[in-house]
Design a protein around this ligand. Structure first.
Ligand code: CA
Ligand code: CA
Length: 324
């Protein structure tokens, strides 16, 4: 009994301190001003409208930046100011100060062209210390009101305010250009040893094991898009309802192409104006919506929440189709 009392004395204070600290942490979260500390300024959309210009396009056989960029010549750009992500762990970014966005549609598909300065082309993320360059566009789902009273977060949406995200990844585009359509470890480490091959008899008798995707590649077996060869696209179609809720979609609908030249990325996203996926943003000619964006610079170790973000929604107006 005496021993128990001594233990209580010794550890009781520590336990009480923990309980107090955790209560304080929850209390601080409850009383933080605004949702996740966001300000009214962040809930107020930017004034400048990005017009999705209607153009009659001769659709090229191969959709790439070279063949598509001419179609954007009469579309007016909007320059989006970017800053480091400062609200959710991991914080950081800040190396890309802005990006220029243009948008067009041809009555069937919508195209967004994003350009930004980046002194490093980072198109591989195989080694632990490597990170990719990337850009994402974000759209609210459905028709939404954007004003300070609505509290529609420009940072990944919020609970019951879902968003659709299009995430272009430079390494996914690089994957599309190699045999097997997946740059794997041997691309990064061409001289690495493979212990399995030291004994040819072992390789023969264990061939079922060493070629088993289910055993050796859990990501591919689980149909994780990240692990799949032959994705056929460089853009991932996702949804989110706030920080930490980013989820890939079963129905991937977005494509992309890119060019890196003279320290500048040009990425073009494209998708049908309307899809059958209820988790997608839809673009109706004559209608209006909003978008937001983020840019990652792998050369600065940007990944996940460490990125360059815009902290306001930006209005998007889709021109009507001009029948001639
Ligand atoms: Ca870079
Ligand atoms: Ca989709």
């Amino acid at each position: 009994m005496k021993r128990r009392l001594m233990l209580l004395k010794r550890y009781g204070f520590a336990l009480l301190s923990c309980a107090f600290l955790s209560t304080s942490a929850f209390a601080a979260e409850d009383t933080a001003p605004g949702v996740k500390g966001a300000s009214d300024e962040e809930y107020t959309p930017a004034k400048e409208v990005l017009t999705v210009k209607y153009v009659q396009m001769e659709k090229p056989y191969h959709l790439d930046v070279e063949s598509l960029t001419g179609s954007f010549k009469d579309a007016k750009e909007v320059v989006i100011p970017l800053q480091k992500q400062d609200k959710a762990f991991p914080n950081g970014g800040g190396s890309v100060s802005n990006a220029e966005v243009k948008a067009i549609h041809d009555g069937l598909s919508i195209y967004f062209q994003v350009k930004w300065k980046d002194p490093t082309r980072n198109a591989r993320a195989i080694a632990v210390q490597e990170f990719r360059d990337a850009v994402a566009l974000m759209f609210p789902l459905g028709t939404v009101l954007m004003d300070p009273a609505e509290h529609f977060s420009p940072r990944m949406g919020d609970r019951e305010k879902p968003v659709n995200l299009w995430h272009w990844k430079s390494d996914w585009e690089a994957d599309m250009l190699v045999k097997g359509e997946l740059e794997d470890v041997e691309a990064q480490y061409p001289n690495m040893h493979d212990d399995f091959n030291l004994n040819p008899y072992s390789a023969y008798y264990h061939r079922d094991l060493i070629t088993s995707i289910a055993v050796l590649s859990g990501g591919r077996a689980a149909r994780n898009l990240l692990s799949q060869p032959g994705r056929g696209r460089s853009v991932e179609d996702l949804n989110a309802e706030g920080f930490g809720t980013l989820t890939t979609q079963d129905h991937q609908d977005v494509f992309g192409c890119s060019r890196y030249e003279d320290g500048e990325w040009t990425v073009i996203f494209y998708r049908s104006l309307i899809t059958e996926d209820p988790h997608d943003a839809q673009f109706v000619p004559g209608g209006n919506t909003f978008f937001n964006m983020a840019v990652w610079n792998g050369g600065e170790k940007d990944r996940n929440g460490q990125k360059n973000i815009s902290i306001q929604w930006h209005p998007l107006s889709i021109e009507r189709v001009a029948w001639q």
